[in-house]
Design a binder for this molecule. Structure first.
Ligand SMILES: O=C(CO)COP(=O)(O)O
Length: 141
């Protein structure tokens, strides 16, 4: 957490959170691989298991692994949102399985809405959000 930037401006790297439930981890790892050229310009933060899998597949990325989701990683990301330390959340949720840390998942999703940061729950939405963020940077909009 010490590496987290306290503020962001258009010339500093985007700060992006990457999270996926077990059934969706392969989708997120694939999506990251497909978008490596954009993502390697960002500061990435991920819950523990998700981050480890992403780094196995894409070791060139600048990614900080937090705690595993069920052990508090979702809450760490929520705290970062509250503190203005994340620019977007890419959270591939498994809609078919009950989760022991459901309250943490809801809290993280809720804070993304409260603080109005862009949030994507699937690859197609993630494509729009990522391209939108980078084009906003380019145009200064
Ligand atoms: O459970 C998660 C998000 O709710 C993800 O946590 P892991 O990346 O540690 O599996």
């Amino acid at each position: 957490m010490e590496q987290i930037l306290s503020s962001n401006s258009s010339d500093s790297p985007l700060r992006l959170a990457l999270v996926a439930h077990d059934a969706k981890k392969a989708d997120l790892v694939d999506w990251v691989r497909q978008n490596t050229s954009l993502l390697q310009g960002a500061d990435l933060f991920a819950t523990g298991t998700t981050g480890t899998k992403i780094l196995d597949a894409s070791p060139q990325l600048k990614l900080t692994c937090l705690k595993s989701g069920p052990l508090g990683g979702d809450q760490q990301l929520g705290a970062m949102i509250c503190e203005g330390k994340l620019d977007a959340l890419f959270f591939f949720i498994d809609p078919m399985s009950p989760m022991p840390h459901d309250v943490d998942i809801k809290a993280l999703s809720r804070l993304a809405i409260v603080y109005d940061i862009p949030c994507a729950h699937s690859p197609s939405t993630a494509n729009f959000v990522l391209k939108g963020l980078f084009s906003q940077r380019e145009t200064g909009a």
